[in-house]
Design a protein around this ligand. Structure first.
Ligand SMILES: *[C@@H]1O[C@H](CO)[C@@H](O)[C@H](O)[C@H]1NC(C)=O
Ligand SMILES: *[C@@H]1O[C@H](CO)[C@@H](O)[C@H](O)[C@H]1NC(C)=O
Ligand SMILES: *[C@@H]1O[C@H](CO)[C@@H](O)[C@H](O)[C@H]1NC(C)=O
Ligand SMILES: *[C@@H]1O[C@H](CO)[C@@H](O)[C@H](O)[C@H]1NC(C)=O
Ligand SMILES: *[C@@H]1O[C@H](CO)[C@@H](O)[C@H](O)[C@H]1NC(C)=O
Ligand SMILES: *[C@@H]1O[C@H](CO)[C@@H](O)[C@H](O)[C@H]1NC(C)=O
Ligand SMILES: *[C@@H]1O[C@H](CO)[C@@H](O)[C@H](O)[C@H]1NC(C)=O
Ligand SMILES: *[C@@H]1O[C@H](CO)[C@@H](O)[C@H](O)[C@H]1NC(C)=O
Ligand SMILES: [Cu+2]
Length: 580
């Protein structure tokens, strides 16, 4: 016993040197363990072969404390598929290989192997996040909520909290969907078949099987923080709670000034915390009801799907009816509010260091459109990006000195309007302040337009709004006067119409970002189908020296697929402690 302790102590001393390599053998205890499997799983009264974390979807909730290093061990227990886990919304800056983006910042975890992620939520990042696989279509089911707790009491009072994770159900398997979307014989995944709340759904009045609506249980008079997580694959949703108003207090991990609303509109990848005050017993008696529907409607798709969960007031004598699906829906079926919250939501902190126009060093316009040629693909400035495009992850190539960031930067600035078409990256230098504009355009075949929730890995951006047509920087600067833009990691590029003409501008979304964290960061639409179809890009921040300055030299075990940084049944991994 003492021997083990002394050994652990020695390990602790060794790992006190940043960048040192530690063998994570039996004496090493990860803070959290996630096991990824692929198996037949029942959701929405239907069986499907799905990728799961710890045997369920969603997987277990992770709670991390801000400022603390967490070692999260992820086992890939699948026989024939790679995996990674991305900590959506967390800024894993100085653990260079822990962002979970295959082909960008790490080799994926091979079947039968595990990887120890070093995750330290930044001080001040307390809020609502989630984790999910970043490989293929796995994130449709392989995910769970991730809550960062603060050291100090939160700025808003509430008695209790509830997590409400929203996801999509598709009956086709990940493999079927992926091959259909990437095939020369393009086949769409089909539309979302059910909306799940915390993994539960009863899709229709006449569904057969034991599936039930989710119940969110509350007690009279208490106040609740509801953490809504948009973990859908495709669906952009609107939701409202029967007879209850909501007050937004957090968006994507940042506290906001209170914003009263009757509904939420959530794109894939977005999170909101809202305060809800539960009714009193008297109020409940007056309406003679203890159950209130949470109504969820899909937006901007060819079919409107309406699903429900139940806000249930606990009592000894009454359990909620979770099998009756109301028809017609109790609340009006929502339609999209274009630009919802734009220019209105404000940060809670006095000064969130919003970069003014004078500080912007470069504006990058990213034109997005769909083209149909031999394949149906989404392009950014004329190029698609899929996981199979890079031969090895950019970050690995940077460490191996096989990707010259000075050259990509030079090419991007001199001839690519910020984009390097040789590596399909947007390189930026530390200290720059970028204004990034996502410009929606009609598809090349029929002028169709879609809405896209764009997500940035790494440092969060300041959302400076959106609008119809073509971006006009002068007009937007006028619009920004007197507003206080919030920081986010996902915001929606709206479409404003279903159809326009080929390549005609139809909506934009603009961000500003301070380039402060060296690394390789995926910027992509969070719709999993669109990712498969190429709607992803890569930003590199800083040059090789900046990246090395953060990490120090790295062990070769990270630089090959299945290298010694990846453990397996017979071999403990050699892991670098970058943050201690
Ligand atoms: C996941 O499952 C493993 C065992 O299979 C368990 O040790 C671990 O605690 C679980 N993770 C969480 C976050 O509950
Ligand atoms: C797993 O990833 C490696 C490295 O990117 C790749 O060569 C291999 O084909 C992948 N395996 C599967 C089953 O996708
Ligand atoms: C294209 O895909 C559809 C749907 O998967 C299938 O029914 C059809 O036979 C395929 N066509 C060709 C030419 O492969
Ligand atoms: C009920 O079942 C029938 C037959 O399976 C189906 O056509 C219909 O769409 C279902 N109704 C609803 C509301 O889902
Ligand atoms: C669309 O694809 C066709 C066929 O590959 C190509 O010739 C054309 O340049 C593309 N147009 C755009 C705008 O991407
Ligand atoms: C990159 O763009 C230039 C024009 O700016 C073009 O000549 C070249 O063929 C492109 N290269 C690739 C790999 O697409
Ligand atoms: C951009 O907006 C400004 C201010 O509203 C306006 O004066 C200008 O004409 C606009 N430019 C274009 C190209 O529409
Ligand atoms: C386990 O890892 C070791 C060290 O990286 C490697 O030599 C061995 O081939 C791996 N075993 C399997 C089954 O992949
Ligand atoms: Cu999209």
């Amino acid at each position: 016993m003492h021997g083990i302790r002394i050994c652990a102590l020695l390990l602790g001393l060794v790992s006190a040197t940043r960048g040192s390599t530690v063998r994570h053998d039996h004496s090493f205890q990860p803070d959290h363990i996630l096991r990824v499997t692929a198996e037949t799983y029942t959701e929405a009264c239907s069986e499907r072969y799905s990728v799961l974390v710890n045997g369920s979807s969603p997987g277990p909730e992770l709670r991390l404390r801000e400022g603390e290093v967490n070692w999260i061990r992820v086992y890939n227990d699948m026989p024939d598929a790679n995996t990674t886990i991305h900590w959506h919304g967390l800024t894993a800056f100085t653990s260079p290989f822990s962002d979970g983006a295959p082909a960008a910042s790490q080799w994926p975890i091979p079947p039968g192997h595990f990887f120890d992620y070093e995750v330290r939520p930044e001080a001040g990042s307390a809020g609502t996040y989630f984790y999910h696989s970043h490989v293929g279509f796995q994130a449709v089911t392989a995910k769970g909520s991730l809550i960062v707790d603060s050291r100090s009491p939160p700025p808003y009072h509430y008695d209790e909290e509830r997590t409400v994770m929203i996801s999509d159900y598709f009956s086709e398997t990940d493999d079927e969907i992926e091959s259909g979307l990437t095939s020369t014989n393009f086949t769409w995944s089909g539309e979302t078949e059910a909306i799940l709340v915390n993994g539960h759904s009863r899709p229709a009045t006449n569904a057969t099987g034991a599936c039930k609506l989710a119940a969110i249980s509350v007690e009279p008079r208490k106040s609740y923080r509801l953490r809504f997580i948009g973990a859908t694959a495709l669906s952009f949703i609107s939701l409202a709670v029967e007879s209850h108003d909501l007050q937004i207090i957090e968006a994507d991990g940042h506290y906001t000034k209170p914003f009263a609303t009757e509904f939420l509109q959530i794109g894939s990848g977005q999170r909101y915390s809202v305060l809800l005050t539960a009714k009193s017993e008297d109020e409940l008696k007056k309406v003679n009801k203890r159950d209130f529907y949470i109504q969820i409607t899909t937006l901007e798709r060819p079919e409107v799907l309406t699903n429900f969960a139940v806000l249930h007031y606990e009592s000894d004598t009454h359990s909620p009816d979770l099998t009756t699906v109301p028809s017609p829906p109790p609340l009006p079926v929502a339609s999209t509010v274009q630009g919802w919250l734009d220019y209105e939501l404000e940060p809670l902190v006095q000064d969130n260091h919003f970069p003014r126009l004078e500080e912007v060093t470069r504006r990058i316009i990213i034109d997005v459109h769909q083209n149909v040629s031999d394949r149906t693909i989404w392009l950014q400035n004329g190029y698609d990006w899929v996981q199979s495009y890079p031969k090895s992850p950019y970050l690995v190539d940077i460490y191996k000195n096989q990707l010259n960031l000075d050259a990509t930067y030079h090419r991007a600035i001199t001839r690519g309007n910020g984009f390097d078409n040789i590596t399909r990256t947007f390189p930026a230098q530390i200290g720059e302040v970028l204004e990034i504009v996502w410009q929606n355009r009609g598809t090349v075949d029929n002028g169709g337009v879609d809405a896209h929730p764009f997500h940035a890995h790494g440092r969060h951006f300041y959302d400076i709004g959106g609008g119809d047509g073509l971006y006009n920087a002068t007009a937007n600067e006028n619009h920004l006067k007197g507003t206080h833009p919030v920081q986010r990691d996902t915001s929606v590029l709206y479409r404003y119409r279903k159809e326009t003409s080929q390549l005609v501008p139809s909506g934009w979304r603009a961000w500003r970002i301070r380039v402060t964290s060296a690394g390789v960061w995926m910027y992509h639409c969070h719709v999993l189908q669109h990712m498969e179809m190429g709607m992803q890009t890569v930003f590199t921040f800083g040059d090789r020296e900046d990246i090395l300055a953060q990490s120090g030299p790295v062990d070769g075990g990270y630089l090959t697929y299945g290298g010694s940084a990846y453990g397996n049944a017979t071999s403990a991994p050699f892991v670098q402690h970058f943050k201690q």
